[in-house]
Write a protein that binds this ligand. Structure first.
Ligand SMILES: Cc1ncc(CN)c(N)n1
Length: 226
């Protein structure tokens, strides 16, 4: 059994919860409020910058050239592929890249990226791969679900979103993330596998909180003078 098969059993219930979340379902149905989507777009742009740092850390900690290349593929795919989706949507809404970059990360966003960067800097390459996984795999899972649940969405403003995360390029990227963790977990003792599993479960919970934060357009509980 692959390590990702074991992980699936631990996260399945949390991930099925994403599919019922109004923000996620609204993307597929095309009914999501535009302001909520713009909140996601801005928060996610700065999230992805921090997420990309993980892959740079992973390349640094990689035990061999092949693993370095895999981390580097994920880094390139995120900065140049996935973030191009955000730039394209932002342009449609008249939001400049400078405005995206000025986004102050919300409390949930900050907690999520800090959690991953903390584990990535303290752990080995497998810990970095564990930090990355829920992000790549769960969006591919959601994209695949939405494209099946809501076919023929020619007029859906979020069609490009669904097509990107269910599409070939992102599926390949997710495949790299899964293979990376499976290979790095190979031969590890049970105690270490449990620690990796804990990271994947916790990042899955943060993923749920990120959807919720966007649904509620949350930032921080009080306004700061910054
Ligand atoms: C919060 C979050 N999680 C996952 C993904 C998909 N890379 C994303 N763009 N944003």
């Amino acid at each position: 059994m692959k390590f990702t098969d074991r992980l699936w059993r631990s996260v399945e219930d949390i991930w099925n919860g994403y599919l019922e979340h109004p923000f996620v379902d609204g993307l597929g149905a095309g009914t999501l409020d535009e302001e909520k989507f713009q909140h996601w777009l801005k928060q996610d742009y700065v999230y992805l910058m921090e997420y990309s740092r993980l892959m740079a850390i992973g390349a640094d900690k990689a035990p061999d050239l092949k693993t370095m290349q895999m981390f580097s593929e994920l880094l390139h795919g995120t900065l140049h592929g996935e973030m191009a989706l955000h730039r394209a949507y932002a342009a449609e809404f008249g939001i400049s890249e400078a405005v995206l970059l000025e986004t102050r990360p919300s409390a949930v966003n900050t907690a999520y990226t800090s959690y991953m960067l903390n584990h990535a800097s303290r752990g080995d390459a497998a810990a970095v791969a564990a930090c990355l996984l829920a992000c790549a795999w769960s969006y591919n899972f959601i994209g695949n679900h939405l494209v099946k649940k809501y076919p023929n969405q020619e007029n859906n403003p979020y069609k490009q979103w669904v097509d990107t995360y269910s599409g070939e390029d992102f599926t390949e990227l997710n495949g790299t993330a899964m293979t990376l963790l499976n290979e790095l977990a190979e031969g590890k003792p049970e105690r270490e596998l449990e620690a990796l599993e804990e990271i994947v479960v916790t990042t899955s919970l943060y993923e749920y909180m990120f959807w919720d934060m966007c649904e509620k357009k949350e930032a921080w509980p009080v306004q700061a003078k910054l």
